[in-house]
Design a protein. Structure first.
Lengths: 270, 403
């Protein structure tokens, strides 16, 4: 009876013993499926390593990097000025590991096929409220967005909405999957998701930034940069962690790693 | 010898229980104190990001602005200085990142050495500019005028209507829409769950025969064990389209969807606890009532329920606590849109969902973080008030029925 009591705390303490290389990756939900797949493949090849991947949004990852709670921060947006100032002493390294196209999705029954940047800005800031103002049916526009912790949210705000704030009536969904689900079941819906999350039940719009050439989002269009709403995906880490994370980051940038990038649905760097 | 040992063991057990009871109560009080101390740090601060200032040209008569005015200026909703009390020119909006449009990299310096001088020059030569930049560049050589911002007070926090904690340059901290959203969803959930839960408890305790009870009770207890994310997902996929089709709305994510899901989540707790309380009414009392000629329903209404009122109240409070504080399910079904709801058929944003969605990215100790703790305090006060009301009502009933 006494001996089995001693065994329990010993087993409990064993859980904290971690031999080998432990890497924590936190941040963007857009980069999450990519990091997970890369980590799986990498851990199969290097059995000693242990990689933990956590989502939450680019904002969460960057805060964790500032507080020292993660080794690598995955981000789908660039660092803001204030974040760069806070990270000045850490000598951070920012590596582009893939490119992603941001697709604007609507319900399949929506007659609208193409849209300009100004119209998108109007829709997301709340000045355009009905589909007939952009050439569709007389239907109220229902706007779905991510929460403010998302890099995708910030990217939309900076590049498509010219830094203006979203309207208060925009519906904030906690994850990209929820946006796809909601757009599938609401006729007047519009939302934005990464290329990797597209499925057949939603329709994508062709986007134009100059009002003349409209480009549909696809892997090829994102690769040759003709699709205007595309963005680099980053791995950001402190210079001090370079030795720890080097093997994983090098793997992602190698031909094998970039092949995985393409499989998951993102655009490889080369 | 045996007697002394037993007395000693009894004293040890008593003191262990007293220590753990005191310890638990002290921890709960400390958590509440932590919550309020973090939240209180929000007030009497300016909602400008720390280390940043906003400045205008020295010729501009405007010297102070409210957070809402700032936001509307940077969103191009206010376009001229006239509406803010200045001279009629159109407003030129400037952020630090825009500096590349005015000066080349050599003029700014590779390590931003001349950035302060460039900003100062730009402000001095553009009379209608409003500039937002880090405080370190507003040094003594700065040729512009720094505008002050109205501070956050408890009144403005509660009554302002816009919640944009990450807006730049000035974050908007107005929680009226969040409080109203929480109240609408929670009260509707309670209205849905309490009567239904009590009715089911009465049915299970008094009316159902033992075969039915033996099947239903474990099923209901099973319902209590389902994770809230599953409920949220169920709500998003089943209830949201259902509401959209029944009421012919543009969007199904509404307060009603949230309250139905919350009501279903609170039900098992209310039913289980109330049913146990009702079953503990002594048979002697029930049989005495029946013997005096009362019908079964009169016995339930006048004898069983008053006797188990404290148990039913406990079940109600637990259920209400679940309904108000539940985060994940509400986050997925209500649309999280920070507007003031006028009916149950509009999307709302509740306080628990706001805290859950935003606490991860709020920098520790920053303004956003403190605002979320202040929201937590408000949630605590709402729950406390509702629990007190329930206790008060039930004690009145108990006091009233002892005639």
């Amino acid at each position: 009876m006494k001996k089995s009591f001693l065994l329990l705390p010993a087993l409990f303490l064993l859980a904290f013993v971690n031999p080998g290389n432990d890497i924590t990756i936190k941040g963007s939900d857009t980069v999450l499926p990519l990091s997970q797949k890369e980590a799986e493949v990498f851990m199969k090849k290097n059995t000693g390593s242990n990689i933990t991947v956590v989502g939450g949004g680019s904002g969460v990852g960057i805060t964790a990097l500032i507080d020292g709670n993660t080794d690598i921060c995955m981000s789908s947006r660039d660092l803001k000025m204030e974040e760069k100032l806070k990270l000045k002493e850490k000598n951070i390294v920012q590596k582009t590991i893939a490119f992603d196209a941001l697709a604007i999705i609507v319900h399949p029954s929506n007659k609208v096929d193409k849209i300009t940047r100004e119209q998108l800005e109007g829709i997301f800031t709340g000045s355009i409220t009905n589909w007939k103002e952009v050439g569709g049916a007389d239907l109220k526009i229902v706007v779905y967005s991510r929460e403010s912790s998302s890099g995708t949210y910030e990217f939309m705000k900076e590049h498509v909405m010219a830094k203006k704030n979203y309207a208060s009536t925009v519906l904030s969904m906690p994850a990209t999957g929820a946006i796809v689900q909601s757009v599938e079941q609401t006729a007047g819906a519009i939302g934005y998701v990464g290329l990797a999350y597209l499925d057949k039940k939603v329709k994508t719009l062709s986007v134009s930034f100059d009002g003349k050439t409209f480009v549909k989002p696809s892997m090829a269009a994102a690769k040759d940069k003709t699709y205007p709403v595309s963005r680099p995906l980053f791995y950001i880490y402190a210079g001090a962690s370079e030795a720890k994370v080097k093997s994983f980051v090098d793997y992602i940038l190698s031909t094998d790693g970039q092949k995985v990038v393409q499989e998951v649905g993102y655009v490889p760097v080369k | 010898m045996g007697k002394r040992l037993t007395k000693f063991t009894e004293r040890v057990i008593e003191s262990t229980l007293m220590v753990s009871g005191t310890f638990t109560s002290v921890i709960v009080l400390l958590i509440i104190l932590f919550l309020f101390s973090e939240g209180a740090g929000l007030f009497n601060q300016t909602p400008m990001e720390k280390g940043y200032v906003v400045a205008v040209n020295t010729a501009n008569p405007v010297s102070t602005l409210s957070p809402a005015e700032f936001k509307n200026v940077y969103d191009a909703k206010i376009k001229t200085w006239k509406s803010l009390g200045g001279t009629g020119d159109s407003i030129k909006v400037f952020r630090v990142d825009d500096i590349a449009g005015y000066y080349t990299e050599e003029q700014i310096g590779s390590n931003f050495e001349h950035l302060g001088a460039c900003i100062s020059e730009l402000v001095a030569k553009t009379p209608n500019i409003i500039a937002f930049f880090p405080r370190e560049y507003a040094d003594k050589d700065f040729k512009g005028k720094v505008i002050s911002l109205k501070k956050i007070t408890i009144g403005s926090f509660i009554s302002d209507r816009e919640w944009f904690p990450t807006a730049q340059p000035v974050a908007q901290f107005g929680v009226l829409s969040l409080i109203l959203g929480t109240l609408w969803v929670s009260l509707a959930a309670i209205l849905f769950a309490l009567p239904l839960g009590l009715a089911t408890a009465i049915y299970l305790a008094e009316i159902a025969d033992s075969r039915v009870r033996n099947i239903l009770k474990p099923l209901i207890e099973l319902l209590a064990g389902i994770p809230s994310v599953v409920y949220g997902f169920f709500g998003l996929i089943v209830i949201v389209p259902l509401i959209k089709n029944i009421f012919h709305l543009d969007v199904g994510e509404t307060a009603l969807a949230g309250s139905i899901v919350l009501g279903i989540m609170a039900l098992p707790t209310i039913i289980t606890v109330s049913e146990d309380a009702l079953r503990n009414t002594p048979r002697a009392m029930k049989e005495a009532s029946l013997a005096l000629g009362a019908t079964k329903w009169q016995t339930i209404y006048k004898v069983s329920i008053p006797y188990s009122a404290s148990g039913i109240t406990a079940g109600a409070i637990l259920g209400i606590g679940r309904a108000i504080g539940e985060t994940m399910a509400v986050l997925m079904c209500t649309g999280n849109s920070a507007i003031i709801p006028h009916s149950l058929l509009q999307p709302v944003r509740t306080i628990p969902a706001t805290i859950a969605a935003e606490l991860g990215e709020a920098a520790q100790g920053g303004l956003h973080y403190k605002a979320l703790f202040a929201l937590g305090c408000i949630l605590f006060i709402i729950t406390f008030v509702i629990n007190l009301t329930v206790e008060f009502i039930s004690s009145k009933r108990r006091g009233g029925s002892h005639q």
